[in-house]
Design a protein around this ligand. Sequence first.
Ligand code: CA
Ligand code: CA
Ligand code: CA
Length: 471
Amino acid sequence: MNPIGGRIVGADSAHVIVSLRKAGLEIGRYDGDIYVEADGEKKTVHVTLFIEPIGVPQGYPTIQQGIDAAVERDVVLVSSGVYYENVTVHNKNRLNVLGAGAEETIIDGGAGGSTVTFENVCGDSVLDGFTIRNGTGDYHGHGSILGGGIFLEASSPKISNCVITGNTAHWGGGICVHGQCSPRIVDTVISHNEAESGGALFFYGGARPEVTRCSITSNTAFWYGGGAAAMEDSSLVFGNCLMAGNSAWYGGALYARDTASLAAVSCTIADNEAEEGGSIYMEASAFAEVCNTILWSNSTGSHFVGRKLVWHCNIEDDEFAGAHGNISERPRFFDPDGPDDNPKTYDDNNYHLSPDSPCIDAGDNSAFEPPGLDLDGNLRIPLGRALLTVDMGAYEYNSQPFTVRQRPLNGAGVQLIWNSQPNDTYTVWSCRDMRCRHWVEEATVHSQGEFTSWTDGDVTSVRKFYKIDMN
Ligand SMILES: [Ca+2]
Ligand SMILES: [Ca+2]
Ligand SMILES: [Ca+2]
């Protein structure tokens, strides 16, 4: 802000100009005072400043124009509607591109290349709340068409609350990730995409993605990895994901080659199909670690091919049963063919556990620290039952939602209280303007037992909204 102080002498009236550099300011409301002294009398002028997001289509007619106008820390807020665009984010960090939710805001690539491309965007950028469809990928100098829905080149955005569907490419029908980067794909549905390899997801060139609480269903690869394929020295971690109804020649759900590694924790991998490796196919030099996971009803023959470490899994393959906590018993899904009673329509199939499932309390609590939330966003180790055990699969049976209560402290701030799990660490975020969901980190808090609390002593007139992430 300029000037931070000043003096005007000998005038009847004064014109005060205050200029402000917006870059670097979070979206939201700011309050401050300007102190004025005139004829020996002191006055305070209260000033309220609103930093607004970039609105599409209100401020800019297209998402691309909004992104082009954005600077670091900006928020591009895209209203409901269908946008026929191929959007590129290039060399921009800390940018939030937010839709109104996957049912409301749709980006349709019009079969004219990748629907969304990120190039050289480091962490802290967010793509949230879109359906991304009808993308056909682009050439990126590798001789193949890459990333039907989304292509990430050396970029590590967080992709959350999206639906990525109806896209095609040679590599990565839904998403292709190349280069040394670590994107996070969270709370996203990736379904009905097609590729030669990596029907839903394809990773190569040192990519280190984390895929958390995603449903990866009904994707098709002609060759490798109906759900996901990993090549070169990529390293993939899937947690609390469902992979069902995907198909390929090698690796119905997952495939890896070269020195790629793959970890699946608390996943349900069911009803996938392949000629070799109905669930997972690892080439000789690749390695898989799988735990607390159900691998069931994937096409018969070789279910799971390659080097692997498997523990506390329910796996339809006698080789593993009886050791390292592994079992091989019908998992008793709640309704695996769904309300339509057709096992081949996967969108309605219900892979939650029935009360008599052998997967209940059969996982290994130490396999993943912290336990995180299941695919429904529920607590793994519920309130007050810390001695119980995590289940196998993507859904915890009979669990409880993660809830936060807010208690005002009579002018001394606000206390947040939530039901917690042992050993978890939480990040508390606050937001001044929910339209932008522009979250500022407030604190890191370690679990205090069944309940954990944190007090915000910041007593200002500005109303804040809070959210809590489990790390
Ligand atoms: Ca049924
Ligand atoms: Ca069905
Ligand atoms: Ca349990």
